[in-house]
Design a protein around this ligand. Structure first.
Ligand code: MF3
Ligand code: CO
Length: 261
C-alpha cells in the first residue's frame, strides 16, 4: 500500500532529509586522496547521532555500517573499510539513510576524488541530470513510468546503461515503502502519482555494459566489466504542478564551490 503523507509529515521528512544533506556535505569536506572509507563512515555516524538522528542503514538487513561507500566500478552497497583508501581520480558514491522523528531520509551522491578524467565527469553529470529529469516528472496526475522513462531516456541518449537490479522506492516511516521506482520504463505506464506520495528517486547509471555482479561479501554491487558507475538520490514529495524536493545537495554545493557539478 502507498502511504500519502500529510503536510505535517512532510515537514518531519524534510528534517530527516536536511540532516542527511548536511551529513553528505561533511563527507564532501573529507573526500580527498588518502582518506579511508572507514574514516568517512565513523565521522558520518557521529555527525548523525550528534544531530539527533539514527543512521538507519546500520543494521538494516544486517548491513554493517552507516554509509554505503561505492568506489569506481562499485554501484551500490559498498562496505566501508580501513583497506579502501581513496586515490586521485577515483569516484565515490556515498549513500545513506537517517531516521529522525520517526521518518527516514535517503540520499546519495557520487563525488570525484581530486581530478577526475572528463569521461567519468560526464557520467556523473549525466546521472545527476537523469535524477532531476526524473524528479521533474513527479507531479500529481502523471504516472510512475513517466519518471522511469525520463531517467532511462537521458542515460541511453548519452550512451550509458541504467541498472535494473536496484530501484528507487517510496519512503516514510519505513525506509523502503511502495511503490518501487525503476530507472527504466515506459511513459504513461504504472501507478498514477498523487499529492503526498514520497519517493526516493535514485538513478544508478553504468558507463559500460549492463551486467551487474554482487561480490562475495553479499552486499557490494559492481559493474561486471569494471567500468565506472554513478548514483545520485534525492527524496521528493509529489505535489500539484511541481514536486517538493525534501533532501538537498545545496550543502554539498556550499562545500565544493566551483568543483560542484
Ligand atoms: N540508501 C539505500 C537505498 O537507497 C539503502 C541502503 S540499504 C543498506 O535504498 F542496507 F545498505 F543500508
Ligand atoms: Co534509496
Amino acid at each position: 500500500m502507498i502511504f500519502l503523507k500529510t503536510d505535517k509529515e512532510l515537514e518531519l521528512l524534510k528534517e530527516s532529509n536536511d540532516l542527511l544533506g548536511r551529513t553528505l556535505a561533511e563527507m564532501a569536506k573529507l573526500i580527498v586522496p588518502g582518506v579511508t572509507t572507514a574514516k568517512l563512515d565513523k565521522i558520518a555516524e557521529e555527525y548523525i547521532r550528534d544531530n539527533g538522528g539514527i543512521p538507519s542503514c546500520k543494521g538494516y538487513q544486517g548491513f554493517p555500517a552507516t554509509l554505503c561507500t561505492s568506489v569506481n566500478e562499485q554501484i551500490v552497497h559498498g562496505i566501508p573499510s580501513e583497506k579502501t583508501i581513496l586515490k586521485e581520480g577515483d569516484i565515490i558514491t556515498i549513500d545513506t539513510c537517517v531516521l529522525k522523528n520517526g521518518f527516514h531520509g535517503d540520499s546519495a551522491y557520487t563525488f570525484p576524488v581530486g581530478q577526475v578524467d572528463p569521461q567519468t565527469l560526464n557520467l556523473l553529470k549525466t546521472t545527476k541530470d537523469c535524477l532531476y529529469l526524473g524528479i521533474q516528472q513527479a507531479v500529481h496526475g502523471k504516472r510512475l513510468g513517466d519518471i522511469s522513462f525520463a531517467i532511462q531516456n537521458n542515460a541511453e541518449k548519452a550512451g550509458y546503461q541504467v541498472v535494473r537490479e536496484f530501484v528507487g522506492h517510496g519512503i516514510g516511516r519505513d525506509m523502503h515503502e511502495e511503490p518501487e521506482v525503476p530507472n527504466y520504463g515506459r511513459r504513461g505506464n504504472g501507478v498514477v502519482l498523487k499529492t503526498g506520495m514520497v519517493l526516493a528517486i535514485e538513478p544508478m547509471i553504468l558507463s559500460g555494459r549492463r551486467n551487474v555482479i554482487v561480490e562475495n561479501d553479499g552486499w557490494t554491487a559492481r559493474s561486471a566489466d569494471r567500468k565506472p558507475a554513478a548514483h545520485y538520490e534525492l527524496s521528493i514529495a509529489v505535489q500539484q504542478g511541481k514536486p517538493l524536493i525534501l533532501s538537498t545537495f545545496d550543502y554539498i554545493k556550499d562545500v565544493l564551490g566551483d568543483r560542484f557539478i
